[in-house]
Unconditional design. Structure first.
Length: 276
């Protein structure tokens, strides 16, 4: 990764931490694990969008099904110039315009209201079917959490998408191996994601979910005709801040005064920036 991109991602992590802290609550670790995925899709030129028309009929769609990582999406939309900085900084503020999870009323660039886990793939499948009926070349990308896949609705949607041969649908699994209370394998056993999604009729592949170059290569490839596409992205929960990385205790937690010093050192946050 080049120095400019590394600096940009560090800046985005800083903005997410400070904005979440000022808002009084945030899923920082979950936002950090999928940040490079979202950055690659938007800033890497993967998503076909029309900057002048967020409702362009043939645009690609991105649905963040793991909506608790909404701060990451809002940070990326702000970085891209799709949202204003004052909108982003109003997160969970009195009379602010954005809340804890992505909401379609917050921005025309948000494709689906999410937060209640397990529903994003069903929503995306319906959009993919409609696009195909309209002879559109647009694709629908869905970012799922691995803990989210314990929701039964995910598997109903996966079965349906394969049956309808939705090859314009791409699932990216943010596989950080941790959910709210503990590691995935301690709760449901070895998940065997590749095996499961293959058995449901999807084409499957895996990649490093923090390597921009690798992800751009994967996203740029053509999928298998007649099959929806599943990409397992290996990620680190809390990526970028040492005390958060792969620590289940940070699923829904803000730093205390002592922990703030680690954020300050590793993300370049000043003491004054926490309070605004």
């Amino acid at each position: 990764m080049d120095e400019k991109t590394t600096a940009t991602l560090r800046m985005l992590r800083k903005q997410i931490a400070v904005t979440g802290y000022r808002g009084g609550m945030a899923h920082l670790a979950s936002s950090y694990s999928c940040l490079e995925i979202l950055y690659t899709l938007y800033a890497g030129g993967i998503l076909r969008l029309n900057r002048d028309d967020p409702m362009w009929a043939d645009r690609d769609r991105l649905i963040l099904s793991k909506g608790h990582a909404g701060l990451a999406l809002y940070a990326i939309l702000t970085h891209m110039g799709f949202m204003r900085e004052d909108e982003f900084s109003s997160y969970l503020q009195l009379k602010g315009c954005i809340g804890g999870e992505p909401c379609m009323r917050d921005s025309k660039w948000v494709e689906a209201t999410t937060g209640s886990l397990g529903h994003g793939l069903s929503f995306a499948s319906g959009i993919a079917m409609a696009l195909r009926l309209n002879h559109s070349l647009a694709k629908v990308y869905v970012v799922l959490g691995d803990g989210e896949c314990e929701e039964g609705a995910v598997w109903g949607a996966a079965m349906s998408a394969a049956a309808h041969q939705l090859d314009n649908l791409v699932v990216i699994l943010d596989c950080n191996e941790i959910q709210k209370m503990d590691r995935i394998d301690r709760i449901i056993g070895a998940p065997r994601w590749m095996e499961k999604w293959t058995s449901f009729g999807w084409s499957v592949e895996e990649m490093d979910g923090h390597d921009i170059t690798v992800m751009r290569d994967h996203f740029s490839r053509e999928g298998v005709k007649g099959k929806p596409r599943f990409i397992l992205a290996h990620t680190i929960k809390g990526k970028g801040v040492s005390i958060m990385e792969q620590n289940p205790n940070w699923h829904f937690k803000l730093p205390n005064r002592k922990e703030r010093k680690v954020f300050q050192e590793e993300l370049g946050i000043s003491e004054a920036e926490w309070e605004g």
